[in-house]
Design a protein around this ligand. Structure first.
Ligand SMILES: Nc1ncnc2c1ncn2[C@@H]1O[C@H](COP(=O)(O)OP(=O)(O)O)[C@@H](O)[C@H]1O
Ligand SMILES: CC(=O)N[C@@H](CCC(=O)OP(=O)(O)O)C(=O)O
Length: 294
């Protein structure tokens, strides 16, 4: 063994306090479409989640799939637009969104975890009444007219109620739930929901100990492009207002604020492409990314 190879006993001893802290605790991990990248990245993610389950943590995975939806829309020659990181979703597009998210993406994530030795079951927000949704009315302030305007994003929804029973049944049976971010209205209408938003709602409803949002950047980057290791809710709001927190980062930080308000203790945005990002964050002192604090 070379001198710089960590001693396995040192690693285990270092992880023990963390294992104790998270024993039987629910940890919600949002796995972003960008972080899925190569198949090897997905398999590595699956191994981390399976390992967490095997050491007594109760992981719940919520996945995205924006890039995968984009690829399918491109094949179908359909253009899509985003407003503040949310896909404007018409009726035709909704079928594609649901097909991709609740279909191959959901099954790929569940399979990767199962292949790594845990049992994972994919569900969409429609299964077991998991996510009751309503149409999202996005309010934006127009600085020119100095009035608030409501944007119509089509069939984009927000969670109205989370019925945790199906998740609790799975967790209780040592099965890792893998949730696709699709919801259904009281009238049966399907809604496309941003996956970060779903992860926050699920973490809040399950009273999760921690929420990890895995993406393809190191965390929240400041105006100078440097990683910000810790941010308060007030600093996040200022970053959105100033415009250097934009696009897909907006639903992410908003989710963090929501989860903190719901009592989730540690909320982090981190780079899911880094090997063992989840294990490093939960089981070592060397967490990376951006921790959002009250
Ligand atoms: N301040 C910021 N720091 C980091 N990323 C930002 C920031 N503002 C905007 N972004 C964008 O947000 C993206 C992450 O959101 P998104 O593409 O929706 O990821 P995911 O698919 O993981 O949900 C980054 O790749 C980056 O382009
Ligand atoms: C309303 C809305 O924007 N829904 C997202 C759902 C998938 C998602 O959130 O995927 P990522 O986490 O990979 O970005 C979409 O249509 O792309």
């Amino acid at each position: 063994m070379s001198d710089d190879t960590p001693d396995p006993m040192t690693i285990i001893a270092g992880a023990l306090p963390f294992l104790k802290r998270y024993d039987d605790q629910i940890v919600v991990v949002k796995y972003g479409g960008h972080a899925m990248g190569e198949e090897e990245t997905a398999l590595r993610f699956g191994r981390d989640i399976a390992l967490l389950e095997q050491v007594g943590v109760q992981p719940v995975v919520v996945h995205g799939g924006g890039p995968q939806i984009n690829a399918m829309l491109k094949r179908l020659n359909v253009q899509s637009t985003f407003v503040q990181g949310l896909r404007v979703t018409d009726e035709g597009m909704l079928d594609v969104v649901e097909m991709v998210l609740a279909g191959p993406v959901n099954k790929q994530v569940a399979e990767a975890i199962t292949r790594a030795g845990a049992i994972a079951v994919g569900v969409s927000g429609k299964d077991g009444g998991l996510i009751r949704a309503r149409k999202l009315l996005r309010r934006v302030f127009d600085p020119d007219s100095k009035t608030e305007q409501v944007l119509d994003l089509g069939f984009v929804g927000e969670p109205e109620a989370i019925d945790t029973r199906v998740l609790e049944l799975l967790i209780g049976a040592d099965i890792v739930p893998v949730v696709a971010p699709v919801g259904v209205g009281a009238d049966g209408q399907t809604y496309n929901i941003n996956a970060d938003t779903v992860a926050g709602a699920v973490a809040g409803a399950l009273r999760a100990e921690r929420l990890l949002l895995l993406t393809d950047v190191r965390g929240v980057l400041g105006p100078d492009g440097a990683l910000i290791p810790e941010m308060t809710v007030a600093e996040v709001r200022a970053g959105i207002a100033a415009g250097w927190i934009s696009g897909g980062m907006i639903p992410k930080v908003e989710t963090c604020i929501y989860a903190i308000e719901k009592g989730v203790k540690g909320v982090v945005i981190l780079d899911g492409r880094v090997p063992h990002a989840v294990l490093r964050e939960l089981l070592t002192d060397h967490g990376a990314g951006t921790l959002i604090k009250p």
